[in-house]
Each structure stands twice: as structure tokens, then as C-alpha cells.
Write a protein that binds this ligand. Structure first.
Ligand code: SF4
Ligand code: SF4
Length: 168
């Protein structure tokens, strides 16, 4: 059953309304002289901490070699199925062919990605990272499906202790 709530009765002072108007204007003037905290985007941009979870990207090692071994764990774990990997082989005449696989193609659909970071968590090679990239736009849907070239372009190189290319 609906509950009827009595309206409070206004006093004669509240009926004047002018004090309330004056209070509102006083607050407006106080705010006018405070420092401006509005960010003037895009001239000013947010700086994020290293652990910010922006768009996922692929990274290469310090010698520019792909760290990804196309194990497809990230593809398997991705909740919205945003990752699609086409595994490829390293050619036999390649000096690094002791590593069997590298992705022939790697797609991340940024229209599906929910920035959960599970791909980064599960990757055994530390080849995929959540970047600080937060500006994702395009003129059509296809532009927001990032392919391998785009993912490496955004990810760049990353030096760490995991080296699949090192001779076993
Ligand atoms: S990014 Fe990592 S988890 Fe995903 S396929 Fe490559 S090595 Fe495996
Ligand atoms: S951040 Fe989450 S949703 Fe986005 S690609 Fe990685 S696992 Fe998939």
C-alpha cells in the first residue's frame, strides 16, 4: 500500500524565498573563486598509474621478438570472447625455431572487451598487457577490432625475465 507522506509546512521566512535565492547565489560566488578542477580535455590528459587497466596490447622483447607463443590461454579465458588467435609456426630456417609457435594473427575486438585483465593474468609469457590507453575511437566497427600489427604498435617493447627465445 502506498504510504502518504505529509508535506512539511513552510514557515513565513521560507515563504519569502529570497533568503534561499541569496544562499544559492552565495554558494555560486564561493565556487567561482575556487581553483578550477575541470580537466580541459583534449588539451589536458589524465595521467594514470602503471596498474591502470586500459586497452590490452601485445608486447615484444627487448630485441623486438614476439613474446606470444600462441598458446591461446587468453583466448580461452576471455569472458566476452573478444580475443581470436590464429596460431602459426616459426619457419625451420629461422634461428629461433626452437620456439615452435607464434601467432600468425591475433585480434582483440575492443567492442567486446570489458577490460577485466584476465588475459594479462593468465599469460605464461607476459606477452599481453593492459596498457594505459583509454582513447579508443573509430569511424566504423571494423576499426575497433585491433589486429596483431596494431596491438604490437601500441604495446611496443617490454623487458622482463621471461624469455621464450632463450635456448633451452
Ligand atoms: S598472449 Fe599469452 S596467453 Fe595469449 S596466446 Fe600469447 S602467450 Fe598465450
Ligand atoms: S581484458 Fe578481459 S575482456 Fe578484454 S581481452 Fe582481456 S580477457 Fe578479454
Amino acid at each position: 500500500m502506498a504510504k502518504v507522506i505529509e508535506r512539511p509546512k513552510l514557515t513565513w521566512y521560507e515563504h519569502l524565498y529570497l533568503p534561499a535565492v541569496a544562499q544559492g547565489l552565495a554558494m555560486t560566488f564561493r565556487e567561482m573563486f575556487k581553483p578550477n578542477i575541470t580537466m580541459q580535455y583534449p588539451e589536458e590528459r589524465q595521467v594514470f598509474y602503471d596498474d591502470y587497466r586500459g586497452a590490452p596490447v601485445l608486447v615484444k622483447d627487448e630485441l623486438g621478438r614476439e613474446k606470444c607463443v600462441s598458446c591461446q590461454l587468453c583466448e580461452f579465458i576471455c569472458p566476452p570472447k573478444a580475443i581470436v588467435i590464429e596460431p602459426g609456426e616459426i619457419p625451420h630456417d629461422d634461428p629461433d625455431n626452437h620456439v615452435e609457435k607464434a601467432p600468425r594473427e591475433f585480434f582483440i575486438d575492443m567492442l567486446r572487451c570489458i577490460y577485466c585483465g584476465m588475459c594479462e593474468e593468465i599469460c605464461p609469457e607476459e606477452a599481453i598487457f593492459m596498457s594505459s590507453e583509454y582513447e579508443l575511437n573509430g569511424t566504423n566497427r571494423a576499426e575497433l577490432i585491433h589486429n596483431k600489427a596494431k596491438l604490437y604498435e601500441r604495446g611496443g617493447k617490454r623487458v622482463d625475465s621471461i624469455r621464450k627465445w632463450k635456448d633451452k
